[in-house]
Design a protein around this ligand. Structure first.
Ligand SMILES: Nc1ncnc2c1ncn2[C@@H]1O[C@H](COP(=O)(O)OP(=O)(O)O)[C@@H](O)[C@H]1O
Ligand SMILES: [Mg+2]
Length: 260
């Protein structure tokens, strides 16, 4: 297996920018504990990436890092194995995870959560929904397609400049509609934070809490998220009625009587 220390931030800035160096060391301490480093070197050994280049985002539950494999870019999401992460996972999805796996301790459930995100990305990708393609996972580490280019990661929809809000609406209807009608899934946390904007199209991310469209919570979650998106589109200058949006994405097919 490759030596883990050489796999994370290998091109560390040295004396030019001490503050950046300090930040990187802090991230190394926070995310790359011994077990996570082993997972990283195992995934690198499987050929999923050559090295982890720098952080894209770091939050309470985990961080997302840019990595590369030859000239190809990759994204690596690392969940923190901690009680805080565990407590932030939504109860309805955690319940499903418990049903699917025999693990009970929170470490095992976070590993299961990582696998779940990988599986759901695969299901959405197969259904033709634009998501980062899942490439592999091990323990609390998920490797996926990088959305963006050499200049950086694609912005979240929340931060993006949208030249044509009407076209964005059409695109959202297409993506959310495919999620419901073809993948038979409801995302559960759809928002302009969990949607990237790349080459004038949306890419849906952060899918681990998605549930089947016949789940008892599915309708409520979908209505909430569509309501928020309708307000967001209205602010952008493209007023949309939540009912119209909901119908357009196949909301009628969501609920306890839905066929999965
Ligand atoms: N595949 C990806 N390509 C590029 N950037 C990504 C990718 N996945 C996530 N990101 C970035 O990382 C951030 C956090 O990812 P997300 O999956 O939403 O994790 P969480 O919200 O649980 O921290 C996103 O807002 C986005 O900026
Ligand atoms: Mg997110």
């Amino acid at each position: 297996m490759p030596r883990a220390e050489e796999l994370v931030f290998p091109r560390r800035e040295r004396f030019e920018d001490r503050r950046k160096e300090g930040q990187q060391r802090k991230l190394l301490d926070e995310f790359f504990d011994h077990a996570t480093l082993l997972a990283i070197s195992r995934l690198a050994g499987q050929g999923l990436f050559d090295a982890i280049d720098f952080p894209i985002s770091s939050g309470k539950e985990g961080g997302v890092f840019r990595a590369h494999k030859g000239t190809e870019l990759r994204a690596v999401k690392i969940y923190r194995i901690s009680n805080t992460t565990f407590r932030r996972l939504p109860a309805y999805a955690l319940e499903e995870l418990r049903r699917e796996s025999s693990v009970r301790n929170f470490g095992g459930l976070i590993v299961g959560w990582t696998r779940r995100e990988h599986t759901i990305l695969g299901r959405l990708d197969e259904a033709g929904v634009r998501v980062p393609k899942p490439l592999g996972h091990f323990r609390n580490v998920l490797v996926m397609e990088f959305i963006g280019d050499e200049q950086g990661a694609a912005p979240r929809l929340k931060d993006a400049l949208v030249p044509d809000p009407a076209a964005l609406y059409e695109d959202l209807v297409r993506e959310f509609g495919a999620m419901i009608r073809r993948a038979k899934l409801v995302h559960g946390d759809l928002s302009p934070y969990n949607t990237l904007y790349h080459e004038n199209r949306v890419v849906v991310i952060d899918v681990a809490q998605a549930i089947g469209s016949s789940h008892p919570e599915a309708r409520r979650l979908l209505e909430r998220d569509i309501g928020n998106f309708a307000r967001y589109l209205t602010r952008l200058g493209h007023p949309v009625e939540p009912e119209e949006f909901l119908a357009a994405v196949g909301g009628d097919e969501v609920g306890p009587t839905a066929k999965e």
